[in-house]
Write a protein that binds this ligand. Structure first.
Ligand code: BDR
Ligand code: CA
Length: 323
């Protein structure tokens, strides 16, 4: 299996990502690190521990990370993710506490200890990852790829042009993009498209098994398909969100990516936090190596096979195969 570490701000859809990572046999989830984002970092730690317990994986190490972005004050997304940051589903408090080390220390330890290069999957503001790269740059030698949920080639969500994770800590995102390792940007252009149909969500909610049932509850909390009415069978439909980025680790062929220069706008004002994706031309890898371009090249996901990822997700979470 692929050694994976998730850095998250659990978070309704981060929880969906954790459930999938724990259940998919091609993934060896080695650690989970937490950062302020959807809610405060202590809430994120609590939610993360609870999800791993519900998923039947209480042994995975979890560490608490940054409580605020590098420069900005923290700005939660409780209006989207509920007061507890995870849909206010009334889940039990976790039985255990996080690891005795901070997120950066755990990330360094697990990355360097892995017998195979690790795939890092940030599904949150990039603060922990930026601190890691600046504190322990040697970790990049054992990172296979960073597949991050963040950014947008098109419209934003936190602002007209900026996606929440990048908007929350733009400087950290800029540090990530220049890490010098292969990067896949799983941004809003694909993030919003992978929606689990209402009938599947209803089946999950009725499941006996707690992990599958939790996935159903979380999906039902995700915004319904745009324009749906209460009597619409698709009212229960829910987006995979961050979980799609983990699907992309298992099944990169389900995405269409273009290798393009990406720059984060750090200027104050209306574009701050925008990922400026240069789509004017496809740039070859050779140019990157020759240093002819100033902006790092990123594999930007511009299209996704929705049915394929929904099937992959359900197969893993319900334990019905599709490995
Ligand atoms: C991102 O923001 C968060 O609210 C979600 O968990 C996701 O990671 C989407 O912009
Ligand atoms: Ca998230």
């Amino acid at each position: 299996p692929i050694p994976v570490i998730i850095d998250c701000d659990t978070g309704v859809d981060d929880a969906l990502a954790l459930l999938f990572a724990v259940r998919h046999p091609a993934i060896d989830l080695r650690a989970v690190t937490c950062v302020a984002g959807n809610t405060d970092v202590d809430g994120v730690v609590r939610n993360t521990l609870t999800v791993l317990e519900q998923a039947g994986a209480p042994e995975i190490p979890v560490a608490r990370g940054a409580e605020r972005p590098l420069i900005e004050p923290p700005r939660s997304a409780r209006h989207v993710h509920g007061h507890d940051g995870m849909g206010d589903l009334g889940l039990p408090a976790p039985r255990r506490t996080p690891a005795g080390v901070d997120a950066v220390t755990l990330l360094r330890r697990e990355i360097l200890a892995s017998p195979r290069p690790v795939t890092l999957v940030p599904t949150a503001p990039l603060t922990n990852i930026a601190l890691l790269l600046r504190t322990h740059p040697e970790v990049t030698r054992n990172i296979e790829r960073i597949v991050f949920m963040g950014g947008a080639a098109g419209a934003g969500n936190a602002s007209p042009v900026a996606e929440f994770n990048v908007w929350h800590d733009p400087e950290a995102a800029a540090i990530l993009l220049t890490a010098g390792v292969p990067i896949t940007m799983y941004g809003l252009d694909v993030f919003t498209r992978v929606v689990v149909p209402g009938a599947d969500v209803r089946r999950l909610r009725a499941a006996e098994e707690p992990g599958a049932r939790l996935a159903g509850e979380l999906l039902a909390h995700r915004p319904a398909a745009p324009g749906s009415r209460p009597d619409d069978p698709e009212e229960d439909a829910g987006g995979l969100g961050d979980a799609g980025a983990v699907c992309a680790v298992v099944d990169p062929e389900g995405l269409v990516t273009h290798r393009l220069p990406v720059e984060v706008s750090l200027a104050p004002g209306p574009t701050r936090g925008q990922t400026v994706v240069d789509r004017r031309a496809r740039i070859g890898e050779a140019e990157l190596h020759e240093g002819r371009r100033e902006q790092p090249l990123v594999d930007v996901a511009l299209d996704v096979d929705v049915e394929r990822y929904v099937k992959l997700y359900l197969g893993a979470v319900e334990g019905t195969g599709a490995a």
